[in-house]
Design a protein. Structure first.
Length: 340
C-alpha cells in the first residue's frame, strides 16, 4: 500500500482546512493507495521575513475537527520544543521536521530532547543541502532520544542556478541514506522538489519506481489563492488524477529496483562528467584567448601528442580501453579547437 500524505502547505483558515480535508476524504484513490494523514503547516519556516509565517497554535483546533469529524490523522511541522509541546498536547498524530531545521544540529538536538519517548511517527525532511551525513545525524538524534518511529522525507536540495525544478532531486542521496539506515521508511515530497504542480506526476512516478514508501503532496482547495507555495499545490481532485495515473511496480521486483538504483548512479556520474566537460571547455576558451593574444596557432601538434600520451596512459592505468578513450578525446579536442 502506497501511503499518501496530503494537505495544504499552510493552514490558513478553518474553512480552507476543513474544505481541503473533506475533499481529500472523498477523493477517489487507486486501490493500492491511501491517504494516511492530512498535512498542514502551522508554523512556517520562511527563508525571508515578511512572508506568511503561519497561523500558529490557533490552527490546532481546526486540525482536531479534521480528526473528529473526518476521521483523518493529522500532521504538522515542528521547528522548536514549543511547537512540539503544543502539538503533542493537542493530540496531533504525526510530525514532520522541515529541511531548514534538519540542517541545524542544535535545533535537531533540542527537538530530539523535547520528543524523547514519543511513539507518534516523526518524519525528517532532508536538509536543504545534499548532505547525507547531516540527514542521518538528525535521524540518529531522534532515535537516540527515544523517538520510536522515525521516518524520512526526500524533498530535494536547493541550488543557485535556475532549473526546471525548484529543488534538485539528486535521488542518489535518499538512496544512500536508505542503504545506510536499512529499515528507515523513505517518503518523497514531489511538491517541494517540483515547485510547480505540473511536475508532480513525473517526480511521483520516479519515487515509486525507486521503491519509496509513500508520497507527501501539497493540496489546497483553491491553490491559486494559497498564502504559501501557491504554484506547487494541486486541488484534491487533481491529486486524485495524478495518483490514478501512477504505475505501482511489484515490490518483489527487486531486479528492476536494483537496475533503477544503478541507473540513478549512472545519471549522477554523467552529470559530473558533463560538469567536467563544461569546465574543460571554459579553460580551453581561456587558452584560446591567450593564443590569440600571443599570435599562436590554435592547433599545436606537440601539445596534442602530449595529451594523447597522457590520456592513453591514464586510461590504461584505470583499466580502460586506451584506444576507445583516444577516440573520445579526438572528439573533445576537435570541439576545443572549434571553440578556440
Ligand atoms: C513544507 O512542507 O511546507 C515545508 C516548509 O517544507 P520544506 O521544509 O521541505 O521546505
Ligand atoms: Mn510548502
Amino acid at each position: 500500500m502506497i501511503e499518501v500524505i496530503s494537505g495544504p502547505c499552510s493552514a490558513e483558515s478553518e474553512e480552507q482546512v476543513f474544505a481541503t480535508a473533506s475533499a481529500l476524504r472523498v477523493a477517489i484513490l487507486p486501490k493500492n493507495m491511501c491517504i494516511s494523514a492530512f498535512r498542514a503547516g502551522l508554523w512556517k519556516p520562511r527563508t525571508r521575513p515578511g512572508n506568511f509565517e503561519g497561523v500558529g497554535e490557533k490552527g490546532l483546533p481546526w486540525l482536531k475537527r479534521v480528526q473528529d469529524e473526518l476521521g483523518l490523522k493529522v500532521m504538522v511541522e515542528v521547528g522548536s520544543p514549543l511547537h512540539v509541546e503544543a502539538a503533542l498536547k493537542a493530540g496531533v498524530d504525526m510530525l514532520w521536521i522541515g529541511a531548514r531545521t534538519t540542517a541545524d544540529p542544535f535545533a535537531m538536538q533540542a527537538l530530539a530532547d523535547a520528543l524523547g519517548g514519543t511513539d507518534i511517527p516523526v518524519f525528517v525532511k532532508n536538509p536543504t543541502n545534499p548532505d547525507a551525513e547531516l540527514w542521518i545525524g538528525a535521524v540518529e538524534r531522534l532515535a537516540s532520544a527515544g523517538v520510536k518511529d522515525v521516518r524520512a522525507i526526500h524533498r530535494g536540495f536547493s541550488f543557485y542556478e535556475k532549473s526546471k525544478y525548484r529543488n534538485y532531486p539528486k535521488w542518489q542521496v535518499p538512496l544512500d541514506v536508505q542503504q545506510r539506515l536499512p529499515g528507515l521508511k523513505m517518503y518523497c515530497d514531489p511538491s517541494h522538489i517540483a515547485g510547480n504542480g505540473a511536475y508532480i506526476q513525473e517526480l511521483s512516478q520516479r519515487a515509486l519506481d525507486l521503491g519509496f514508501a509513500g508520497l507527501f503532496i501539497e493540496s489546497h482547495i483553491s491553490p491559486q489563492s494559497a498564502l504559501s507555495d501557491a504554484s506547487q499545490q494541486v486541488t484534491p481532485q487533481e491529486l486524485s488524477g495524478i495518483l490514478s495515473r501512477l504505475v505501482v511496480k511489484d515490490a518483489s521486483d527487486s531486479v528492476s529496483e536494483e537496475i533503477s538504483r544503478l541507473r540513478e548512479t549512472i545519471n549522477m556520474i554523467d552529470d559530473n562528467l558533463l560538469d567536467l566537460l563544461a569546465q574543460r571547455m571554459d579553460v580551453s576558451r581561456k587558452i584560446g584567448q591567450c593564443k590569440k593574444a600571443g599570435n599562436m596557432t590554435v592547433y599545436q601538434q606537440r601539445r596534442w601528442e602530449e595529451v594523447v600520451k597522457r590520456i592513453s596512459e591514464g586510461a590504461v592505468s584505470r583499466g580502460l580501453d586506451g584506444k576507445a578513450v583516444q577516440e573520445l578525446y579526438k572528439i573533445i579536442h576537435q570541439a576545443s579547437i572549434e571553440c578556440q
